[in-house]
Design a binder for this molecule. Sequence first.
Ligand code: ADP
Length: 443
Amino acid sequence: MARPSTDLVPERPELSDAVWLDVLSAVDRTYADLVDYQERLESQNAELEAMRRFLGSILASTSDVLIVTNRQGLVEEMSASLATLTGHPAASLQGGPVTGLFVKDHVPALDAAIQTVTRERRPVMIEAALTTATGPSELELSLAPRFDERGRVAGLVLTGRPVGELRRTYAALERSHAELKAAQAQLVRNEKLASLGRLLAGVAHELNNPISFVYANAHALERYSGKFQTYFDRVQAGATREELVRLREELMLDREVRNLRDAVQGAREGAERVRDIVEDLRRLSADGSGESEAFNLMETAKIAASWVLRGARSTVQVRFDGAEDVAAFGRRGHIQQVIMNLVQNAVDALDGHADGHVTIAVQDEGARVSLSVHDNGPGVAQDAEGAIFDPFFTTKAVGKGTGLGLSISHKIVEEHGGELRLLPGAPGGGATFRFDLPKGVAS
Ligand code: ADP
């Protein structure tokens, strides 16, 4: 039988040294791994702590109510505003059912919403009142699902904003919207007044001629009637034939009878001119709201240009070019307004220009007709090109332009199924605006 060795000295010392070295280096490696692991753990802890502080700061500072629940509907986290609103310390709310925070009557609706969110995995909005120290507080409540790392619903996030505050915000928004609309309406009124002013200047100028004509003829008629009165008085008084012949010569009654006819004719023509002008105006306002019809585009352009030029008392020369008898289809008054705007802009652009001229051209384009207004002014600046059709864009002095002319004109043409454009690079400089309309079949 072999005897167990009691000797501690190894039989092969070089072998045992190698083993010890292996062990020591394994210990070293393990220690290094441990240090590394510890460092990573610490850095992750620091990240977690920073994240916790970040979330805490959000929960502390958000003014909205924010509640995070677990899957069972128990409160896990909440914003400080909830504690403030309910008057209960945060710790006492944690772990309780979220429905317990709301007014009893609203709990069934809240329960139903929670079930919908969990089942359909989508947010739901409801209104529910929170029980607070000062009574129920209505909240516009949004319930959204939150998911765990495997995509399962892990609970809910409820965010609520006091309805009163929302209503106040809406009311303020509505107020400023109404104010904006009123300001816009005022500007549109200003534009209307400005074009009305221009139109009236033209009307006044236009009416002045025939009225002074009628007035002068009325004066003449008054004078003639005085002479005839004298003659008839003598006839009544039984004057002799010789006396009457003499008186007739003296008063030049034969000539005055002819003049009388001319004066009546002149007065009638003056009155007819006034009637035509009034008729033009009446048509302009009536056509504005009237039915679409076929109308002569060139004729309308001539009337529009004449109103602008008379109002402006401008030295600008206007030429008409192209199809004289082509008809467009639309509301004549509206289209007249568009042409007046374009001509007015051209005249304004030619202000101070020695040899300013505007060419209005009508073109028959098969199923459509087009009209262009060209001026030899400075043209539209390149950086303004993109903005000229925007409402309220103007480069004119305050009180001179409202910046609505082109945007209103653009809209009118669009309503007629056409397009108003600024043509690129007009020949010889200046600006050319062009619009098209459906062709009208003249009745
Ligand atoms: P407003 O005439 O009140 O300024 P518009 O909408 O009619 O408003 O015109 C907007 C701007 O477009 C004008 O202020 C001007 O800068 C530019 N514009 C329009 N027509 C012409 C033109 N014929 N030549 C040069 N610029 C023009």
